[in-house]
Write a protein that binds this ligand. Structure first.
Ligand SMILES: Nc1ncnc2c1ncn2[C@@H]1O[C@H](COP(=O)(O)OP(=O)(O)OP(=O)(O)O)[C@@H](O)[C@H]1O
Length: 599
């Protein structure tokens, strides 16, 4: 069915994603991180044992041989710490690669399935862009940071435990100062992501303006109109807003972090001074004092900088995961990625019955109680002023939007009851903003019939479409003929003129066997000879099927068996060219005003 589906997406979290998509590497990293949390406490104990034994040997209370076991332990733990870090870096790269492969495919698939309205809606488009940016790095970092935090937590508990046994009050003081620090870090993380979100709006604008200022597409106009200075000002304006938001957030975070650092440094010095007392009273050995002092400094360092850094990052990544889950729960069009049905679809008639439509989240009706019938084998023309709603009608016919009021029937059956694969096989379309694919000349045309793209007769089909569109001459002049790579992204790629690209777009549509052919401004970029060539070959283009032609060039309407003049969202005049000319209404005014320039 061509209806949208509200996707019941199982929410995934920071931990689940790597475990689902790259389980092996995720488990190895988790084990390593847990060990990373345990080893430092063992190191403190082993170092203390080593120092106390060394002092005892100097004091002649122990044998020299007694040093080997604690020394061996210290060495072993040191070697482990060094080796494991190298190993985990390697595993992290593997995890990232596997996440990239799986997540990118999954995100691309989801994007392809999305309801078309999400593509045309700014808010959801922002969300889609945010989520699609480096998802593997986001999840890898989030996973690592979460586990590093767990490791650090284990490490903190271990250190606190050792300190608690020998100076419980020091452990309590450290704990008390840590809670507000974590809260501040959490706030920092959320603020940063929110700022990122706000910045991304402006970034999109200044990046676009940057493209206008430097891109190839606008190079000629840039030189001719000399607008670089003005656009540069606008670029600066948007960039400045983004920079100020970023600066304010960073400044706030740095100030909070600095104050936090100074307070914790003072507290750690006080703790060390206080710990001297039990050493003096010999209730704390010198080895343990040195190890604990080291531990306290390290702990304060961890808690005031690293641990809080991880909390901040985690808060940021949590926001990303919220976006990620929101993206996956956006509604989809069922069967959106299905290929057109392979069966030969018979088309009999298409009917719009009192159709009204407004774009989602807007208030104005673009189409109002629109009714018309398109019959098999007929040639129809939609004309009307800019913005009258002609392209919108094609969006409804092709099923891109299904939130209209009234009814649309194809062969007497409600359009919403068709599967996407069936709907796709009804129409082939040359869009007003047709796509230019930077692939070979031949593949650009072959794409029009995806079901037979690998067939042996595709080359002949491509050639036949090229002949109709007068593309033989164009291909002959290219170095590798129809195998030439188009577009400038490849080293040997060739760019074509606007009209040549448009003819390729038409050839792609002709290569498709759908019974209805929709041509939205197909001659806008064509020279007069190519344009009249199209009118002459119209029967071949339509292949005996039904055509819907949208054009402001009213010469094309003479081919139509019926013309629909669209105004105020509905049909204001209809009939053949001769009938409408006799009517002396809007159509005849439009036609006469265009013709007057040719006389
Ligand atoms: N995605 C969208 N969201 C909101 N409004 C839209 C959207 N797309 C088009 N519109 C509005 O719908 C109206 C009809 O647009 P449409 O593209 O159908 O006109 P048209 O008759 O094909 O115009 P033209 O002759 O200029 O190609 C316009 O006012 C346009 O601003």
């Amino acid at each position: 069915m061509n209806t949208s589906t509200n996707v019941r997406h199982k929410k995934i979290g920071i931990l689940k994603t790597p475990l689902i998509y790259a389980r092996k590497y995720a488990v190895i990293i988790a084990i390593q991180k847990i060990l990373e949390g345990i080893v430092p406490t063992l190191q403190i104990l082993a170092t203390a044992k080593f120092l106390d034994t060394a002092i005892a040997i100097v004091d002649k209370n122990k044998n020299f041989n007694d040093i080997f076991i604690p020394l061996g332990l210290v060495m072993l733990l040191l070697v482990y710490s060094l080796m494991s870090q190298k190993l985990v870096k390697f595993i992290e790269v593997k995890l990232e690669m596997e996440l990239r492969e799986k997540l990118r495919v999954s995100i691309t698939e989801k994007r392809a399935k999305l309801k078309y309205s999400h593509v045309e809606n700014n808010c959801t488009w922002d969300l889609i862009s945010r989520v699609s940016k480096d998802p593997e790095i986001r999840f890898k970092d989030a996973y690592n940071e979460f586990l590093s935090m767990v490791a650090m937590f284990i490490r903190i508990i271990g250190l606190l435990f050792v300190i608690f046994i020998h100076a419980w009050w020091a452990a309590i003081i450290i704990l008390l100062i840590s809670f507000p620090l974590f809260k501040v870090a959490l706030k920092n993380g959320t603020d940063s992501y929110e700022a990122d979100r706000e910045i991304s709006k402006y970034r999109r604008r200044f990046e676009y303006l940057g493209k206008v200022l430097t891109g190839r597409e606008s190079a000629e106009e840039r030189t001719l109109f000399g607008y670089s200075k003005g656009i540069n000002e606008k670029w600066k304006e948007q960039y400045e807003i983004a920079r100020k938001i970023e600066y304010k957030t960073v400044l706030k975070n740095v100030t909070r972090t600095r104050i936090r650092g100074i307070i914790t440094a003072i507290i750690s010095i006080i703790i060390i001074i206080i710990l001297l007392k039990p050493v003096q009273m010999e209730s704390l050995s010198i080895g343990l004092f040195i190890s604990i002092a080291n531990g306290v400094f390290e702990l304060i360092q961890l808690m005031s900088w690293q641990f809080t850094y991880y909390i901040e990052e985690l808060a940021k990544n949590k926001e990303y995961v919220v976006d990620f889950n929101e993206f996956y729960s956006l509604d989809e069009t069922e069967g959106a990625i299905d290929k057109p049905s392979k069966e030969n679809i018979d088309f009999d008639c298409l009917e719009f019955k009192d159709v009204s439509f407004k774009y989602p989240k807007t208030n104005n009706y673009i189409l109002k109680n629109l009714s018309f019938v398109i019959k098999k084998g007929g040639h129809y023309s939609f004309v009307g002023v800019n913005g009258a709603g002609k392209t919108t009608i094609t969006k409804l016919i092709t099923g891109l939007y299904d939130n209209f009021e009234g009814q649309i029937f194809i062969n007497g059956k409600d359009i919403r009851e068709y599967k996407q694969s069936e709907l796709k096989s009804f129409c082939s379309v040359v869009y007003q903003d047709f796509a230019k694919y930077f692939i070979s000349f031949r593949d650009n045309i072959a794409l029009g019939d995806i079901n037979n793209i690998e067939n042996n007769n595709m080359k002949d089909k491509v050639k036949s479409s090229m002949r109709i569109m007068g593309l033989y001459d164009v291909a002959e002049k290219l170095r590798n003929g129809i195998e030439t790579q188009l577009g400038k992204i490849k080293e040997n790629g060739v760019d074509l003129s606007g009209g040549q690209w448009q003819r390729i777009g038409m050839a792609r549509a002709i290569n498709n066997n759908a019974p209805i052919r929709i041509l939205d401004e197909p001659t806008a970029s064509l020279d007069p000879i190519s344009e009249s060539n199209i009118y002459e070959h119209f029967e071949e283009i339509s292949k005996g099927g039904t055509t819907i032609f949208i054009s402001h060039r009213l010469g094309s309407t003479k081919l139509a068996s019926e013309i629909f003049v669209i105004g105020n969202g509905t049909i204001i005049e209809k009939g053949s060219h001769e009938e409408l000319m006799k009517l002396r209404g809007i159509y005849s005014d439009m036609y006469e005003s265009q013709r007057s320039w040719y006389l």
